[in-house]
Design a protein around this ligand. Sequence first.
Ligand code: PMP
Length: 378
Amino acid sequence: MAVFWEKKEFMVYLDNAATAKPCAECCEAVIKAAEERFGNPGSLHKMGILSEQILSSAKRTILNALGGECAPEGDIIFTSGATESNNTAILGAAEKYSRNGKKIVTTAIEHPSAAKALDILEARGCEVIRLAPKDHEDFVSALAEAVDGNTLMVSCMAVNNETGYAVDTARLYRLVKRANPRTAVHIDAVQGFLKMPLEGDLISVSGHKVHAFKGIGALYVKKGIRVAPLLAGGGQQKNLRSGTEPVELIAGFEAAVKAYRGSAERFTELKKRLLENLSKMSGISLNSDEKCLPNIINFSVSGIRSEILLHALEENEIYVSSGSACSRGKKSGVLAAFGVSDKNADSAVRVSLCADTSESDIDFLCENIENGIKRFRR
Ligand code: PMP
């Protein structure tokens, strides 16, 4: 039988924006819940109540972790991940608020799980305005200025998954509500959760980006905000998300949030080291600027296609991404919206850090990029 992958002692994993390794605390909590709290949280007996306690505790933990002024006053819906959270928020809010107007303001840098839900609304007759960061010095103001009396929703990511570009969601929220208090504000906060304070009427987060398992996510719904459910079924989670709640995954999600160890200071140190190393090489251009969070660093290595470098690094157990893992080699257009040329986008590499990333990981990466340049640059 072919063995495609062997567990290696040595690995430099720098693709945490694609997915982060589940932490020990998460794995332990999942197993404990599976062994001891396997009841259906909808059951009326003790086993059901024990499971239900996991849901309410995890909700509290996630609400507190969202930060921001208004975040704690709301509810959490557990979903299968941020793709579902984004779809529920965008399609569900558009259904409930269709009377507020036909216009939606968004960005040209959204993840496909938001962008394609917005495409559906456009096909149904909504006017979707997509702004690109490259066109606006003050992007948040530009988004808010596009809001008028006919705007039913603003949907904007907190942090871009390809470059780390971050938006001040509290300021965006304030300015949008000033322009039109009835406009619902949705924030895809997958890459921002636990890394910055967040604000919104609807906020999407995902477990596997914060060292929990894949297949669990959440949607924050501010008090008073309505969304139509995507799924018909048993009416769980106040009829907003039918289906038996995955208690084990939720227990793991809560444990991962509590155990999260990433820090902006640490990421900034590591980013500085990476940039210092890269500055000694020729033909490197940075696609992540000072508006970006420090844990995601996107840069282009001229003369080498992303995939070539990615696989060369992989030969030495270094894992990075070409642009976004979600676009799987397809040109996403997101880098263009940041003003990156097509040529540079073709040679873009994304390095994304986690709390376990070390100085020697960064140095080993840079050593191997230098070797890659010698080997492949034409
Ligand atoms: N939004 C952003 C910004 C993302 O980075 C991702 C995952 N790459 C998603 C949404 C989708 O999340 P999930 O994998 O949980 O469906």
